[in-house]
Write a protein that binds this ligand. Structure first.
Ligand code: URA
Length: 442
């Protein structure tokens, strides 16, 4: 078998056989197939697509390219959630403790932020002392003991995806449905959970900008999960505006803690409740209404907040930061961004806001760059709000004032103003599961 022929077949619109896909994944992972041939195949797939069988096979081959975590030694149902990436998305820090407080184990491997999107690991590490590099034994013990652990991926989880994702990132081949679906689901299958809830973002800050594409991506991932024996569902959620008000690591932890204390922003609170209920349903805890009540009670009784405190302490962080998020690292410098006109905030480009936060030090430009845990943005206005000239739109936080100018310019580029309010946008557009697509908006 020759890689050249596989590239040519896909270039001409053919469907690859299982053997051809396995050949490519095995030999690319081991270094026999060079990056330039893998790039050519990625571009051919990007342009020609893959059918459901090819996508499923690519996912399985990538999942099996490294360790398959076996969580069966931990009793009970193990659940996982995954977001396709957003700005201000701190839902894992809220949803995982809620679900664990309801008796479903969350054994979760998360990622770091890259580009304009944040990552859960960076948020957890912004709590002084907290670690995400547990050994597999420590990870298992913690899940058994408190029902919840969120750690970084082990070294050898889906190495084929690690190589391919880095390649796609620099060859303009990220936003392809079969490539995203296989990338995400290979890691989810390898990580071993029984139930997987996917939060597929749609809108300006998401990989998928249209609802149609987001639903197609969700269907592809749900099919892959269900065919591999995992209960899988997806919610299609709005990323036309950052989630909540805080963007940046310790700022987001503080907002997540307030949400678990019942004092969070409405959009974040509602989305976390929907995601937690979705996971509890997959785990067999009841129908949609019953699971929403369970999720609400976990917050109202303080059980979910206690669960986050237990997790942070188990991973080396101080309980005081979860009891009083005001103690989390604070930036040395801050600057308000003021409105220059009256009107309504008609649109906020999440990707541009995320990039402004990166310029302040909250994210990485390159994989190994360090980040400032306290840097970021706290919005004062969100899409749809009335604005008067001179009012604060947001406050920028950084370690030095020299970072403000570029970040403020970037932030202002993200905003569009209008004379009239626009109708409120839905937060959750649809649910996709093995029974099909349920639209949740009129
Ligand atoms: N997240 C992933 O893990 N992979 C993709 O391809 C896109 C988003």
């Amino acid at each position: 078998m020759r890689m050249y022929d596989i590239i040519a077949k896909k270039r001409d619109g053919g469907a690859l056989t299982d053997r051809e896909i396995d050949f490519f994944v095995q030999n690319y992972t081991s270094g026999v197939i060079p990056d330039y041939q893998a790039s050519a195949l990625m571009m051919a797939i990007y342009l020609r697509g893959m059918n459901a069988r090819e996508t499923a096979r690519l996912t399985a081959a990538m999942a099996r390219s490294g360790d398959m975590v076996d969580l069966s030694a931990i009793a009970g149902v193990k659940a996982d959630k995954h977001s396709t990436g957003g700005v201000g998305d701190k839902t894992t820090l809220v949803v995982a403790p809620i679900v664990a407080a309801c008796g479903v184990k969350m054994a979760k491997m998360s990622g770091r932020g890259l580009g304009h999107t944040g990552g859960t690991l960076d948020k957890i590490e912004s709590v002084p002392g907290a670690r995400v590099d547990l050994t597999e034994q420590q990870f298992f013990d913690q899940v058994r003991r408190i029902g919840l652990a969120v750690i970084g991926q082990t070294g050898n989880l889906a190495p084929a995806d690690r190589k391919l994702y880095a390649l796609r990132d620099v060859t303009a081949t990220v936003s392809s449905i079969p490539l995203i679906a296989s990338s995400i689901m290979s890691k989810k299958l390898a990580a071993g959970a029984d139930c997987i809830l996917l939060d597929v973002k749609t809108g300006s800050g998401a990989f998928m900008k249209t609802l149609e594409d987001s639903i197609a991506l969700a269907r592809a991932m749900v099919d892959i999960g269900e065919h591999n024996g995992r209960r899988t569902a997806a919610l299609i959620t709005n990323m036309d505006c950052p989630l909540g008000y805080a963007i940046g690591n310790s700022l987001e932890v503080a907002e997540a803690v307030r949400t678990l204390q019942g004092r969070g922003p409405a959009d974040l609170t509602d989305l976390c409740r929907a995601l937690a209920a979705g996971l509890l349903m997959l785990a067999g805890k009841g129908d949609a209404a019953a699971c929403r009540v369970l999720a609400e009670q976990a917050v109202a009784t303080g059980a979910a907040h206690t669960k986050l405190r237990e997790m942070i302490c188990a991973q080396g962080g101080g309980a005081q930061y979860i009891d009083d998020p005001g103690l989390l690292p604070q930036a040395r410098c801050s600057r308000p961004v003021l409105a220059r006109q009256d009107g309504y905030l008609a649109a906020m480009d999440s990707e541009a806001v995320g990039t402004a936060a990166v310029l302040l030090g909250a994210g990485r430009e390159t994989k190994d760059a360090s980040i400032d845990p306290a840097a970021g943005i706290v919005l004062a206005k969100k899409t749809g709000d009335a604005v008067h000239a001179g009012e604060v739109l947001a406050t920028l936080y950084a370690s030095e004032t020299g970072l403000f100018e570029a970040a403020e310019a970037q932030f202002c580029q993200a905003l569009r103003f209008a004379d009239a309010p626009r109708p409120p946008q839905p937060l959750v557009y649809a649910r996709v599961d093995r029974d099909g697509v349920t639209m949740l908006t009129p």
